[in-house]
Design a protein around this ligand. Sequence first.
Ligand code: RRO
Length: 309
Amino acid sequence: MKHYLSGRLNVNLVGLRLANPTMLASGILGYSAETLESIAESGAGAVVTKSVGLKPQKGYANPTVVQANCGLINAMGLPNSGIDEFVNEIRLAKTVLHAPLVVSVFGFSEEEYATVAKKAAEVGADAIELNVSCPHVKETGSEIGQNPEILAKVVWNVKAAVDKPVFVKLSPNVTDIADIAESAVKAGADALTAINTVKAIAIDTETFMPILSNKRGGLSGPAIKPIAVRCVYDIYERVKVPIIGCGGITNWRDAIEFLLAGASAIQIGTAIAIKGCNVFKTITHGMEAYLKRKGFKSVNEIVGLSHHS
Ligand code: RRO
């Protein structure tokens, strides 16, 4: 792998070799092979696609995104081309990408999750990320991920269908995320991604109406970072599998904070919309300088350090 040089930032994430711990989060620019490759070229250690389901889906009407004070609220409604079309993009991505490709999948039943995951894995996905945490689409996403028994069935079915690592992306919109994490791990999850967006709403004071066409959406960006760090911290205390931190990371210090809380890698989404793709290089350079300054030879040495007082 071109970018995997032996160095301080190298990470082995359940067998996936990342040149550095930054990853493109699902949902941002993850529709085509071309954009996935340009993100990897910008310095991401791995990329995650937009979530794909069994059948094509248009998503919600506009407006689907609204800016909040410290982030974005979105309700896209899982727009996607369906897995039978998307396999072409996965195949193409595999021919051009120099970083691991993670395909995010969703379904409306445990069988659907397994079918989509199997098709993605068969055409070359290096890992599968299960979206069991989209906060605003009925009968999928967090309706699955908020229920430990249903979640376990989904994870179990997917694990039985694919021989690639399975990440489970968790919702913060639950009473105890560590309980949910434990259930996913017991069912076979190889790694956990924490977190998806936080349920939110924005109301237009002139029209008196919610701004998004779906009314409710998911909040991302700096506003949710402390929530996400707490979720990673709680999960790290409960389970042994690697955690991928996600939520409001915009600079190297945010990334380091997630690692200290227990994340082995981190995902970046909203910051790309705000700062552009350079954010990957800015963050990795900052992380490298920090590790050097603190005398660490590998980024892996600081994972979970805040738990060992
Ligand atoms: O498509 C969306 O509306 C969406 C998804 Br799949 C998700 O997982 N999280 C989110 O905030 N929006």
